[in-house]
Design a protein around this ligand. Structure first.
Ligand code: NAI
Length: 670
């Protein structure tokens, strides 16, 4: 009796193994799924059918990978290695069955799911335009572990296989076919006939082309390995992200021999699973799931009207249209709308390859300089300049033009929602939707409610954010919400350090060494020093003794950062000109920057801006790009030791001032 697998032998003698993992909407290779599969293979070895077809009975795809929820239950590296080796043996037995084996794939085939498919003779995939096939393991701080590092190289050749595994990118079936990762594609209606043909004709299995085989020679592997590490080091430091480096080492050392390579893979992945990087990246994966799961409602919103076509309005409009919302764009300066549409066109061109889909995205986005279409929109998003009075006047003027069921939203980055909705006739439908810049890259949207916001409108706003493929972070309305509030003391600390004589490059390097994607000074220049000043002024009572003179000076002289070509740095083609020679940062500087941020993260939680500490971590990772391998600021404090964080904050308070006073919330975590 099997729980997860259905086995059926048809009259032609073909055996169909269909996976339908119980108590789950998706198929993953949990221990019990693999154990059952092993028992089924026992039977097939004793009494081989004419062919075996492995497929999924779920509508959510073939197999999404190993069961990540089981990682935490592993009792050490040895136990992990034994489990991995067991799966290796199982996949070897599938590979060695005396009959043709086919992985019949519809939808996602990821990680362990793709590795299972690679152990079959043929991978036959239902055609779709979506990117459904890949090895995302590297994003979890590991690499493929069920034989994938060996089989992918054998089937694709090292160059394509390493590219796929190191990048974690996803391919469409057509792209996967082009590089030889899968064997055939077919329309859904033809797929079973095609599978039967493969069993009866047994065409030769795909292997890497001959001309790529010379790369298997050790001297080539050593040379190429060095080259790959050089490329990777520009994206990820080895001490922060060891997995890509281990993957390259595996191939360099064992790429020539299958047996040794399989064993080395098992050892390497088991070790990686217990690194703090992998544990924290798995945590970030679950944080993402948590935000994604905040709304299961289908969004009723089909159309949006965006007011303000500047940096943010243009990008929000483009993103919404990309995600199939009908969008109209308004701006008080008509000339601004044309460049906004051009920006959208460049996003569509990058993201949409099919001419029909591209055309539809263009058609969904329309200029509406005078706001004539506002009454048709299901949601109206205000994204004009960050000035309280300007926003209030606009909101009060447009309110009566809206459809009675429409949500009215603001993209303010710092102003209290209550202040904006105070004079509205219907404050209950007013929410904050705080997108981050650049909209197409940062996944978070803070969804902010005031005391007057009605729960239904708030929930609809959250489901809208999911509908456009962003991660919603529900927040209470307090100045700066979560992300800007937590970033402000970090940026200000960088300015204090600059005033004390640290070089700009030294300060940015300190943050990058910690794992931040950009240093605080460059970040301020990129956000815009006028916006940074505005936010810090609004947060002033949270920032004791904040010295804003530097920012005020820059804004007065029109040096606003990347948008004017000069801020703290001078920009050339959008890139800051940084000195090559600068003093290397010490531990104290790193700690000052990081602990200013970490302490504010706790203050934000204590102010009940969000419901739990995980949401603080999620906000800072997805909205500010906080080093994902550290799992978020609160997780970082836990890992470092809360007591040690408090002690260091106390030392900084004595030396540098009241701004470092440890938040009382830390005591609850001791
Ligand atoms: P921006 O200055 O680039 O664009 C503002 C646009 O609003 C301009 O095109 C202006 O002509 C238009 N505008 C001004 N008053 C108007 C009115 N009464 N009616 C119609 N259009 C009007 O500003 P940006 O940077 O796009 O910021 C917009 C909002 O988004 C602000 O609230 C800002 O705090 C927020 N925000 C900005 C971020 C950034 O990185 N720039 C990030 C997240 C939020």
């Amino acid at each position: 009796m099997t729980k997860h697998w259905h086995i059926e032998k048809d009259i032609s003698g073909l055996c169909w193994l269909s996976l339908d993992k119980t108590d789950s909407t998706t198929n993953v290779l949990s221990n019990s799924v693999l154990k059952e599969l092993s028992e089924l293979i026992d039977h097939l070895e004793l009494d081989p059918p004419i062919g075996v077809i492995i497929r999924s009975n779920k509508t959510t795809g073939f197999v999404l990978g190993a069961d990540i929820t089981e990682f935490g239950a592993l009792n050490g590296i040895e136990e992990a290695e034994a489990l991995v080796l067991n799966t290796h043996r199982l996949f070897d037995r599938i590979e060695n069955l005396p009959c043709p084996t086919i992985a019949l794939i519809e939808g996602f085939a990821l990680g362990g799911g793709l590795e299972l498919a690679l152990a079959c003779d043929y991978r036959l995939v239902v055609m779709t335009d979506s990117r459904t096939i890949g090895f995302p393991e590297i994003q979890l701080g590991i690499h493929p572990g069920f034989g994938g590092t060996v089989r992918s190289v054998r089937i694709l050749g090292a160059l394509a296989a390493m590219d796929l595994m190191l990048s974690g990118k996803m391919l469409t079936p057509q792209q996967a076919l082009n590089i030889g990762l899968i064997s055939y594609v077919a329309d859904r209606s033809q797929i079973e006939t095609k599978a039967r043909q493969l069993v009866s004709h047994k065409p030769p299995r795909k292997k890497a082309p001959l001309y790529l085989r010379f790369i298997r020679l050790k001297p080539c592997r050593i040379w190429l390995g060095r080259h790959l590490k050089k490329i990777i080091s520009k994206r990820a430091r080895q001490e922060h992200y060891p997995a890509p480096y281990s993957l390259i080492d595996l191939w360099v050392q064992h790429g020539g021999s299958d047996t040794e390579a399989y064993h080395a893979e098992a050892k390497s992945i088991s070790r990686l699973l217990f690194t703090t990087t992998a544990k924290n990246l798995v945590r970030v994966y679950f944080l993402r799931q948590k935000l994604s799961g905040l709304s299961e409602l289908a969004s009723p919103i089909q159309s949006a009207h965006i007011i303000g076509a500047g940096v943010m309005g243009a990008n929000i409009a483009a993103w919404c249209s990309l995600k199939k919302i009908i969008v109209t764009v308004q701006d008080s300066k008509k000339v601004i709308i044309e460049p906004a549409l051009k920006k959208a066109a460049s996003l569509f061109k990058r993201r949409l390859k099919d001419p029909k889909t591209l055309d539809s995205a263009h058609k969904r986005l329309r200029p509406d300089p005078e706001g004539k279409m506002i009454g048709d929109a299901d949601i109206v998003i205000e994204a004009i300049i960050e000035q309280l009075d300007a926003k209030k006047v606009l909101l009060e003027n447009i309110e009566q033009d809206l459809k009675s069921t429409a949500i009215l939203a603001t993209n303010t980055s710092s102003i209290d929602i209550e202040q904006l909705s105070g004079n509205l006739v219907h404050p209950e439908r007013f929410v904050g939707l705080h997108f981050f810049n650049p909209v197409d890259r940062l996944p978070l949207v803070e969804v902010i409610r005031s005391d007057s916001t009605n729960t239904k409108y708030f929930e609809d706003a959250i489901s809208f954010v999911r509908h456009i493929d962003k991660l919603p972070l529900p927040c209470r309305s307090v100045p700066g919400f979560v992300v800007n509030r937590v970033l402000a003391p970090y940026m200000l600390e960088a300015l204090y350090a600059y005033q004390e004589g640290y070089q700009l490059e030294t300060i940015d390097e300190a943050a990058i060494q910690f794992g931040m994607p950009t240093g605080p000074i460059e970040l301020a220049d990129r956000v815009g020093l006028d916006i940074a000043l505005n936010v810090t002024q609004i947060l002033r009572d949270k920032l004791p003794n904040a010295n804003l003179e530097l920012l005020i000076d820059k804004v007065k002289t029109g040096n606003l950062g990347v948008k004017t070509g000069k801020g703290f740095y001078t920009f050339d083609g959008g890139r800051p000109k940084k000195k090559k020679e600068y003093a290397k940062p010490g531990i104290e500087l790193k700690d000052r920057l990081v602990l200013a941020l970490v302490n504010e993260a706790m203050a934000c939680f204590e102010d009940k801006v969000v419901e739990d500490l995980d949401l603080i971590d999620a906000g800072i990772v997805f909205g500010a790009g906080f080093a994902p391998f550290r799992g978020g600021p609160i997780q970082y404090a836990r890992e470092r030791g809360v007591k040690s964080v408090i002690d260091q904050l106390n030392l900084f308070e004595e030396k540098l001032g009241i701004r470092f006073k440890p938040n009382e919330g830390w005591q609850k975590l001791i």
